[in-house]
Design a protein around this ligand. Structure first.
Ligand code: SF4
Length: 171
């Protein structure tokens, strides 16, 4: 039996190469990318601008993961009008990371994790004591934002801090 691959591991360019490798035009990758990241499709069969046969092919070979936010802890923040919410996010290999939603007037900020654990061992930080397990892939980072949206009915995006550091580490 062939193991299904995570479709969200592919970058936009890799999706183009994937479509070409199965005899589809390159613009299919743009359609697929839109369904994945703009329309937040949770099933290939929702992708109605893509032919039924291609949807079936994709469904046979790939899966569409969503992170599961397994618990919410509300943290009182006296400096803000609203309450900061901390989520424990269960990943597909049973590892878990935290995502934090920080509401403010007129906007919401989602603080995402980019790694399981951390290699820096700052003495005041519990995460540092866990050690470093692995980097998250792009899909797992994006899914934290999408999951926060689904749970809270918000839309937010701006990446800074740890994600930027992780990106530098890869360069
Ligand atoms: S998560 Fe931040 S504070 Fe904690 S060990 Fe890593 S760098 Fe230090």
């Amino acid at each position: 039996m062939t193991t299904k691959q995570n479709i969200k591991r592919y970058s936009r360019k890799e999706l183009e190469e994937l479509m070409q490798s199965i005899g589809e035009p390159r613009f299919r990758a743009a359609q697929l990318h839109r369904w994945l990241y703009s329309d937040r499709a949770s099933d290939f069969h929702e992708m109605t601008t893509i032919s039924k046969s291609l949807r079936e092919t994709l469904d046979r070979k790939y899966f569409l993961p969503q992170c599961s936010m397994s618990s919410t802890q509300c943290v009182e923040d006296s400096s803000a009008d609203s309450t900061t919410r901390k989520f424990l996010v269960q990943l597909h290999d049973q590892e878990a990371v935290e995502t934090v939603l920080i509401p403010a007037e007129g906007r919401n900020t989602v603080c995402v994790s980019t790694q399981v654990g951390c290699p820096l061992h700052c003495s005041f930080c519990a995460t540092g004591y866990m050690g470093f397990t692995r980097n998250l892939n792009a899909a797992e980072i994006a899914e934290q934002v999408f999951s926060a949206e689904r749970m809270m009915g918000v839309y937010c995006s701006k990446f800074s801090g740890q994600p930027v550091r992780s990106r530098r580490m890869k360069q």
